[in-house]
Design a binder for this molecule. Structure first.
Ligand SMILES: Cc1cc2nc3c(=O)[nH]c(=O)nc-3n(C[C@H](O)[C@H](O)[C@H](O)COP(=O)(O)OP(=O)(O)OC[C@H]3O[C@@H](n4cnc5c(N)ncnc54)[C@H](O)[C@@H]3O)c2cc1C
Length: 454
């Protein structure tokens, strides 16, 4: 069967890899110059690493399953990391139970309420009831105002920016489920992981595997129209070229779907009720010395222009980065926020100014380079009753499917969830790919690739 996939991010390529392995002829269309979408890489001068920060948790079973399937499991690296908080112009470690008991911004009663909230969230199984209350109301009610201001608000700002105010309590429930499972209870430490060489290694391997089956992976090609073909199947237009497929899977964001996909293929929410997206501006600071001892620092100070710092070289060995250290300084905003339109120079000046306020002793001569990256559509804003806005994979047309991150209704945006979604999609709809127009999948000889151990 000929299958077209719109989007060469992790979702599109993981789908393509599975379907190519099942013997289908797959074509991936990616509008970016590089593969990888939000997980793509960036040239930082002396080394190449992910454009945005990516961490893997020991509990990311689906993602680790992909790594094994494509023969990259030996690239996983694991280590203990520390978390910090910046509150009232001071840094506080918050990595283990002792740090927690000492954490001065909260008194004992606040700490008790915080621990009770985490335990309570971990026991909730019906996330749908949490869709009806904002995360702020939920946390103020369960943890109290002081704990909200000093603990939860910095964390929400680091993850969502000011837009946390519109997000439902499902966010914190899914965050707690994911993050607290990463703690090694015995060691009372966070065990986090990364892929040696960064995600670029994953995309290179996926591309090789798809191409080895006779499939194609094209970059710098923007799909401008997806429409039904008379007699069955779906066609994809790129510029003046039109290609026909037995089935097409769309993995891009909802606004692109609205602009490119024919109405007869998919039913979209009424205009104005679309999924809204968060964007991100992120400065990556490459330095000679480490900036801080934490992997993640949540910032509860509205004078600082970024909302968290990810000290990546507290996770990634400096052997991978030419002996240099690097930190990501993100600020999440709504995708139409004017800050996303500021020039790199303006953003660099703004963020470096915030950095000076936080680290007055950090010498600017220790800065090797400061890179500005931005993404307009990062993750859907999981507003109240978000699940009612979401497009389901099965569409109006039997040969057109949608699989994208907007479908994450009870999960945070992460690559484990991407692979879990791909696996779930194939479990549910895989049979529909087995037969088309008299051709059966069995008639197509599956191509097996030795390298990578498919
Ligand atoms: C700042 C930041 C931090 C993150 N941290 C983590 C983390 O620590 N751990 C983790 O697991 N995950 C993390 N993530 C999330 C991770 O990056 C996403 O889960 C993942 O990239 C989603 O993959 P995707 O393929 O679904 O979407 P995308 O990466 O958005 O891919 C969609 C692709 O479709 C392409 N496309 C869209 N329209 C068209 C068109 N018309 N024609 C052709 N191509 C098109 C786009 O160019 C894009 O490449 C982070 C993301 C960000 C931004």
């Amino acid at each position: 069967m000929r299958i077209g996939i719109v989007g060469g991010g992790l979702m599109g390529l993981a789908l393509a890899d599975h379907l190519a392995g099942d013997g289908h002829r797959v074509s991936v269309f990616e509008r970016g110059k590089q593969l990888g979408g939000l997980t793509t890489w960036h040239d930082f001068g002396q080394f190449v690493w992910d454009r945005f920060y990516h961490v893997v948790l020991p509990t990311d079973a689906a993602l680790l399953g992909l790594m094994k399937r494509i023969g990259l499991e030996d690239r996983m690296r694991w280590g203990a990391t520390q978390t910090g908080y910046y509150v009232d112009s001071k840094f506080y470690p918050l990595s283990n139970n002792v740090d927690f008991l000492k954490f001065p911004p909260l008194n004992l009663w606040n700490k008790f309420r915080l621990a009770a909230t985490i335990l309570y969230c971990a026991r909730i199984s019906d996330w749908r009831s949490l869709e009806k209350i904002t995360v702020e109301d939920f946390l103020r009610r369960t943890s109290g105002n002081a704990t909200f201001e000093k603990f939860w608000k910095p964390l929400l700002l680091a993850k969502l920016g000011e837009q946390y105010k519109r997000v439902s309590a499902v966010f914190i429930w899914s965050y707690i489920k994911r993050m607290f499972s990463a703690r090694d209870a015995a060691a009372s430490k966070e065990q986090l992981g990364h892929i040696s060489g960064g995600y670029r290694a994953v995309f290179q391997r996926l591309r090789e595997r798809i191409e080895a089956t006779g499939g194609s992976v094209a970059t710098d090609v923007e799909v401008t129209r997806v429409e039904p073909r008379e007699g069955g199947g779906v066609s994809i237009r790129v510029g003046s070229q039109v290609e026909h497929f037995d089935k097409v899977i769309f993995t891009g964001p909802v606004n692109v779907m609205r602009q490119t996909v024919a109405e007869s293929l998919v039913e979209l929410p009424v205009q104005g009720k679309d999924v809204e997206y968060l964007g991100v501006v992120c400065m990556v600071l490459v330095t000679k010395r480490p900036l801080m001892p934490y992997y993640i620092l949540n910032i509860g100070d509205e004078r600082i222009p970024f909302t968290g710092i990810i000290g990546m070289s507290n996770l990634v060995s400096t052997q991978e980065t030419a002996g240099l250290h690097f930190s990501y300084l993100p600020k999440y905003v709504l995708s139409d926020d004017p800050i996303l339109q500021k020039t790199d120079e303006e953003l660099r000046a703004l963020f470096l100014n915030g950095l000076r306020q936080m680290f007055p002793d950090f010498s600017e001569s220790d800065i090797e380079s400061a890179h500005i990256n931005r993404a307009i559509k990062v993750q859907p804003l999981q507003v109240l009753n978000y699940s009612s806005l979401v497009q389901q994979p099965r569409t109006r047309h039997q040969d057109f499917y949608v699989v994208n991150t907007a479908q994450f209704v009870n999960n945070t945006l992460n690559n484990n969830q991407v692979i879990q979604t791909v696996n779930g999609f194939l479990d549910q709809y895989g049979k529909e790919f087995a037969r088309v127009q008299g051709e059966s999948a069995e008639a197509v000889t599956p191509v097996r690739v030795a390298a990578g151990g498919r």
